[in-house]
Write a protein of this length. Structure first.
Lengths: 361, 257
């Protein structure tokens, strides 16, 4: 039977992790996402499903614990907020290089540096362009509701294991902290050790039986010829993900003259802007990327054939706008509206910005 | 004068074997410098795991440093960890596979400099793992820079006039430090540059893995080793120097048992 609850985004994600059959969560407290580990410690999932929860000594330790568990073929995740994600990037790069599946949630706050504890979206480039060292990609999911905070845990792990690659949920302090109705997913069984060996024994370090050669998890290859081949393999994998995994939502784009592009909290606000604009007779539409990588460039390119202009709405100085511009390919003007440092834009100020841009066309 | 001649048949006769190739060591050529202690330490770890019959249930963690390629030589499932992070990686493994044997193999830069936090906190949680710590007082892999365990006055490429403790800090006795933690079941310091010490080190490793089997908490086995290349000595000179200098500051024996 459907279980409906009123929950914070962070709590919904934590509960969804238990229900997704996650084997281990490793984390370190940081505002505005500490509710994730608090909820898990309170729920004691080790009693419910056997899921392990551990408060690490640092974000660095937490991501490396994820590395160790993921390399065993287990479902492992961590969560943090912007400054903590910066610390995790070393481990994320190693996991991408070693092709390890895992889920990392970034409940973004404003930066740079210690910045603020209020919501932000200024880690877009860090999340979708790599962030850590080396040529790698994360599959990045951007929830805009508490429901999606819950739903993207299972989806995230599905994609992580499908591509043997880290997946990031890129949320923000508003989605993490606000309470909404959420339909909780059904409880999935955690995989038994036998099932883990059956599914992932070809690569995971599950203990070497005599029937196979040893499994090694490493991102190192001192021979450049082989390291290049490994990189080519990674790039081919990313290309496959770019073809298969693009997700987005179109809101009133069919007849739109002017299109807003926004994700997460900015998408929630932009949805209101579309309504306010339409009430005034402006044909506005919203394209909401659900996967920030792979970015929904084909649909934006298609929309650019008709639309007279685009506005990238972000709680940053303008990071996603670069991807929107690349997708639009100069077919229409692309502008940016954003607030920074933890400030959340109001629908009316976004609408003002839209009207200004429309007047320029 | 007559010379006793031993035929090959006599040598391999059952019951006469005093040493054989370790089952869990691969045939790969070791990447270590001739004279280095890593080879003996590798062999001992694999010998202990082999003799305990736990190879199928063991997952090892290789560090960054000279032993970054340890997974090439050890015939068990292995993970390579980021610099210093091996105890956190081992924690992740042990938490999802509590029934497996998990060990880290780390050098002094990895364990006692960049990984100090991971080392101390894994020990403080009493993670049921074995930490094998090779202390040769220098960064070998990167070409002989100063390590946290470099002795006072000892020359390295980043302390070319000798380590000055007033500005560079004192050599760190991290095994003594973690021995104070309740989570640590066993902390010992051994060496492998003499046959007698090799036997002792093996005993220490057996005890460490038995502790893990019996869920006793963290066991750390420090092995004071040489680095003839980094110390710019011949292997023989380096072993003598180790005996006369390293072991004075880092005395051998059990620190906690």
């Amino acid at each position: 039977m459907e279980e409906v609850k009123l929950m914070k985004g962070n709590e919904a994600m934590a509960e969804a992790a238990i229900r997704a059959g996650v084997d281990a969560y490793f984390g370190y407290p940081i505002t505005p996402q500490s509710e994730v580990i608090e909820y898990l410690m309170h729920e004691e999932p080790f009693k419910r499903t056997g899921m392990q929860v551990l408060q690490a000594e640092s974000e660095i330790a937490a991501i490396n614990m994820v590395y160790g568990a993921a390399a065993c073929g287990k479902k492992a995740m961590t969560s943090s907020s912007s400054p903590g994600i910066s610390l995790k990037l070393e481990g994320i790069s190693y996991m991408a290089g070693s092709e390890l599946p895992c889920l990392i949630a970034n409940v973004m706050r404003g930066g740079p540096g210690l910045g603020t504890i209020q919501p932000g979206q200024s880690d877009y480039s860090q999340a979708v362009k790599g962030g850590g060292h080396g040529d790698y990609r994360l599959i990045v999911l951007a929830p805009s509701t508490v429901q999606e905070m819950a739903d993207f845990v299972d989806l995230g792990f599905e994609l992580a294991f499908k591509y043997r690659n880290p997946v990031m949920i890129l949320s923000d302090g508003a989605i993490g902290q606000m309470m909404e109705k959420v339909i909780l997913p059904d409880q999935k069984e955690r995989l038994s050790n036998e099932e883990v060996i059956k599914r992932y024994g070809s690569w995971a370090t599950t203990g070497k039986p005599e029937t196979r050669s040893r499994n090694i998890i490493t991102s190192l290859d001192l021979k450049p010829e082989r390291q290049e081949l490994h990189n080519i393999h990674l790039q081919e994998k990313y290309k496959t993900a770019e073809i298969n995994e693009v997700r987005y939502e179109e809101i009133q784009c069919e007849d739109a003259d002017y299109i807003l592009v926004a994700y997460g909290t900015s998408a929630r606000i932009s949805q209101k802007v579309v309504k306010l604009g339409r009430d005034k007779g402006l044909k506005l539409g919203l394209l909401r990327p659900i996967t920030l990588w792979p970015f929904p460039k084909n649909i934006i390119s298609k929309l650019a054939d008709k639309a007279k202009g685009f506005l990238s709405v972000e709680m940053s100085s303008g990071q996603m706008i670069e991807d929107v511009q690349l997708a639009v390919e100069g077919k229409a003007p692309v502008a940016h509206f954003g607030r920074m440092g933890g400030m959340i834009p109001t629908p009316s100020e976004v609408l003002d910005a839209v009207e200004k841009e429309i007047n320029k066309i | 004068m007559t010379t006793a001649v031993i035929t090959p048949e006599e040598i391999i006769k059952k019951g006469k074997i005093v040493f054989k190739k370790t089952g869990l060591m691969n045939d790969a050529t070791l990447s270590y410098c001739p004279g280095c202690g890593h080879g003996v330490a590798h062999r001992l770890v694999m010998e202990v795991i082999d003799e305990m019959g736990i190879g199928q249930d063991t997952i090892g963690v290789a560090p960054v440093g000279c032993s970054v390629l340890a997974y090439e030589f050890m015939n068990v499932d292995m993970q390579q960890a980021a610099h210093g992070r091996a105890p956190a990686v081992a924690t992740g493994i042990k938490r999802v596979f509590p029934e497996k044997y998990v060990f880290t193999y780390q050098g002094d830069g990895d364990l006692a400099a960049i990984g100090t936090s991971e080392t101390i906190h894994a020990c403080n949680r009493g993670e049921n793992i074995v930490i094998i710590f090779i202390n040769n007082g220098i960064y070998g892999m990167t070409g002989g820079q100063m390590a946290p365990t470099t002795l006072q006055g000892m020359k390295s490429s980043t302390s070319p006039y000798g380590r000055v403790v007033e500005t560079m800090g004192h050599p760190l006795k991290i095994t003594e430090m973690v021995a104070t933690l309740p989570g640590v079941a066993y902390a010992t310091r051994q060496a492998v540059h003499k046959a007698k010490l090799v036997t002792k080190t093996k005993k220490a490793l057996i005890k460490a893995f038995e502790n893990q089997r019996d869920n006793k908490g963290t066991s750390i086995v420090e092995i004071v080793s040489n680095c003839n290349s980094g110390w710019k000595m011949t292997p023989v000179e380096s072993n003598k120097w180790l005996d006369e200098n390293m072991l004075t500051y880092f005395p051998l024996g059990d620190i906690k048992k």
